[in-house]
Design a protein around this ligand. Structure first.
Ligand code: MF3
Ligand code: CO
Length: 250
């Protein structure tokens, strides 16, 4: 695990600020009739204008700036000119940026037009899972406390958490140790220490937890075709508690 200095955390804060700015811009542009490819272009231009480089594009051959994961797609949906959004869709947007040598990574899930009450509830609970996880990302807590609070909250709401995909340490590389599970017992693994940065990313399914991958090798879907939601923050552990990078707090 690579611990970051305060100066390095400041750079990572800026990288994530550009990620969040991009996500907001894209979320505003998303609507019925808009293709996920158009959203990808918007994101890429905004990142380049902001002095960053898209972190996902070219990563293990991934072809785009964003992941656009619609409805039963859990994560890693590939933007496409043919895929036009429709009223009632649930749209996951995941974005990564390299800025001054460090990677920022965050994701949100947003409604397209009017979505069902059940879909709204899924988005709300998944966001709450992330907030609860952030709250235990502090010195004195152990790594698996994160997954434990996520699983508990998701399952209490009648949803399930994905097992096959995980969060991760982040820094000069997008994926650093440790892996951050979204499930499991609390109180295990290393103690969280100041300078550690974790990309925490609960993926919560309305139905079963199982995952199928499309033939493109990326697109991860729910086994039962039901909805899934995903939120992600890059979070630094500091002596004063969690610092959600890029959102304007300290
Ligand atoms: N947030 C995702 C992750 O950490 C996004 C990666 S998409 C990829 O794995 F294409 F770059 F792999
Ligand atoms: Co990530």
């Amino acid at each position: 695990m690579v611990l970051k200095t305060p100066d390095e955390l400041a750079v990572m804060d800026r990288a994530n600020a550009l990620v969040h700015e991009t996500l907001r811009l894209v979320a505003e542009a998303a609507g019925p009739g808009v293709s996920t490819r158009e959203l990808d272009h918007l994101a890429e231009e905004h990142i380049l204008t902001g002095g960053g480089v898209p972190a996902f594009k070219g990563y293990r051959g991934y072809p785009a700036t964003l992941c656009t994961s619609v409805n039963d797609v859990i994560v890693h949906g590939i933007p496409s000119a043919e895929h036009k959004l429709r009223d009632g869709d649930v749209l996951g947007l995941d974005c990564g940026v390299v800025l001054d040598g460090f990677v920022g990574d965050a994701a949100i899930t947003v409604p397209v037009g009017e979505i069902s009450p059940a879909a709204k509830r899924l988005l709300e609970v998944t966001r709450e899972c992330l907030e609860l996880a952030v709250d235990v990302t502090r010195p004195g807590r152990r790594l698996t406390d994160i997954g434990a609070v996520i699983q508990k909250h998701a399952e209490a709401a009648g949803f399930s958490v994905v097992r096959e995909l995980v969060g991760h340490g982040i820094g000069r590389s997008m994926h650093e140790d440790p892996q951050v599970y979204n499930f499991g017992p609390s109180g295990r693994g290393p103690e969280l220490r100041p300078g550690l940065v974790l990309a925490i990313e609960p993926m919560v399914n309305a139905g079963v937890s199982g995952v199928n991958f499309d033939d493109d090798g990326w697109t991860a879907r729910t086994e039962d075709g039901k909805l899934s939601a995903h939120f992600e923050y890059s979070v630094a552990v500091t002596k004063n508690g969690p610092w959600v990078l890029g959102v304007g707090g300290t």
